[in-house]
Design a protein around this ligand. Structure first.
Ligand SMILES: [Zn+2]
Length: 139
């Protein structure tokens, strides 16, 4: 029988229910998407891989935890260890994400940081930053 799904490895981090409660569903969507867009830029730098090799997928309500979650997937069947390596540098990833957002000179978001405002909304930058602060508070 041919495989129908891509079995690969992944790493994820979730936000607390309190963090979720502080934002509307829409705000959380923008915040997660903004943060995921930043992580897409950053993750390949740590892995020295092609940005295409890793997928970053935000979910407002993850099936396994019911919480806002960001997933990282290897794009290869079985995984090639990329997501494991990201897990190891988790704190560093968030730190870099924060500095990428705060050092970007755009006002509300741009393709070089959280993504264009059409995608993440006018508060996309702020929302993504708030999420990082939530994640840091926890660790
Ligand atoms: Zn920007």
């Amino acid at each position: 029988m041919p495989e129908e799904e891509l079995h690969t490895s992944s790493y994820w981090f979730s936000f607390s229910e309190e963090a979720a409660a502080r934002k509307s569903k829409n705000e959380m969507q923008f915040a997660l998407l903004g943060l995921a867009n930043v992580l897409v830029h950053i993750a390949p730098l740590y892995l020295m891989c092609d940005p295409f090799d890793i997928r970053v997928v935000p979910q407002v309500k993850a099936i396994h935890s019911q919480r806002p979650t960001i997933y990282f997937y290897d794009r290869y069947p079985g995984g090639i260890g990329l997501s494991e390596r990201l897990f190891e540098v988790h704190d560093e990833l968030l730190k870099q994400a924060k500095s990428m957002i705060t050092s970007c000179t755009c006002l509300s978001g741009c393709p070089a940081c959280v993504g264009p405002i059409e995608e993440v909304g006018l508060l996309g930058k702020q929302q993504a930053l708030e999420l990082i602060l939530e994640a840091e508070r926890k660790s």
